[in-house]
Write a protein that binds this ligand. Structure first.
Ligand SMILES: Nc1ncnc2c1ncn2[C@@H]1O[C@H](COP(=O)(O)OP(=O)(O)OP(=O)(O)O)[C@@H](O)[C@H]1O
Length: 262
């Protein structure tokens, strides 16, 4: 079930990506509505991170293309923010939490302008939003994994973008922080921003997201959560890894949705 929409904020057309000889994404074709909280679901190795990286121009597509705000990425870079997976970042880099978040403010400054009081206030405000204000002066190497993750989300917030791609933002964060981050993402989407999140937990996906992309090298589904969280599509996405009705029963119980209702 792949739902296409008018005036999408993200469009992907027939995207194919491979690493060397190994194809990872085949013919992905989707469109996403502005102002929504989107989850990307799929098993390990399904190509979730690769999809985001291809849209962000960080890996090369073999064929196909994507558009953001109906334009090429290069024309709208200031409106787009990307939070990579935590493991892909060098956390020994000597910088404080505040330094990292200040970096997010840079592309709004003119050429040769140094960040000043206004940028520092914005950065502190963003740290506050992820509950990390008290750690502003701490070296990032001296933060826990979950705290580092929150600093990177604060940096993305400081970019004041319209569209956010977040690769596993909940990896290593505790449940109360995860809930607080979802609340924050909801506030952002209520303001018309679009937040796209690679997510690993099918149980919470039903509650968190307005729209789901279900991926397993091919696009299995892209549509409103209530329409795509079905037994058939979950089984297609997870294949043998999610084959028992007991698994589905757990998903229904924990997600609050009933994928078996139809
Ligand atoms: N730089 C790379 N070079 C070669 N192969 C890669 C590279 N990055 C990813 N792959 C492979 O591409 C496939 C898709 O990887 P990707 O990280 O996009 O999956 P994912 O759905 O995000 O996985 P996970 O849930 O495990 O994070 C995997 O088989 C992975 O091993």
């Amino acid at each position: 079930m792949i739902q296409h929409i008018e005036n999408p904020v993200v469009e992907v057309h027939d995207l194919m990506v491979s690493y060397g000889q190994n194809p990872v994404l085949w013919n992905v074709d989707l469109s996403l509505p502005a102002g929504s909280l989107v989850g990307i679901l799929g098993p390990n190795g399904a190509g979730k991170s690769t999809l985001i990286k291809a849209i962000m121009g960080l890996v090369e597509a073999n064929s196909g293309y994507s558009k953001l705000f109906d334009q090429e990425l290069n024309q709208v870079r200031n409106k787009v923010s990307y939070v990579p997976q935590r493991e892909s970042v060098d956390w020994d880099f000597p910088a404080s939490a505040l330094d990292i978040v200040m970096m997010g403010t840079y592309h709004h400054l003119g050429l040769l302008k140094r960040p000043g009081k206004k940028e520092k206030e914005l950065a502190m405000d963003c740290l506050d939003k992820v509950n990390m204000k008290n750690f502003a002066g701490r070296q990032i190497s001296e933060l826990s994994g979950g705290q580092q993750q929150r600093v990177f989300i604060a940096r993305a917030l400081a970019q004041q973008a319209e569209l956010y791609f977040m690769d596993e933002p909940f990896a290593g964060v505790d449940m109360s922080t995860e809930k607080a981050l979802i609340e924050l993402f909801r506030e952002m989407t209520a303001e018309g921003k679009t937040v796209i999140v690679v997510h690993h937990d099918i149980y919470s996906a039903g509650k968190y997201f307005d729209w789901l992309i279900m991926l397993n090298m091919h696009l299995v589904a892209s549509g409103p959560t209530a329409e795509v969280l079905t037994e058939e599509l979950l089984t297609k996405t997870y294949g043998g890894k999610l084959s028992t009705l007991a698994d589905l029963g757990e998903i229904i119980k924990k997600s609050g949705f009933n994928p078996l209702k139809d």
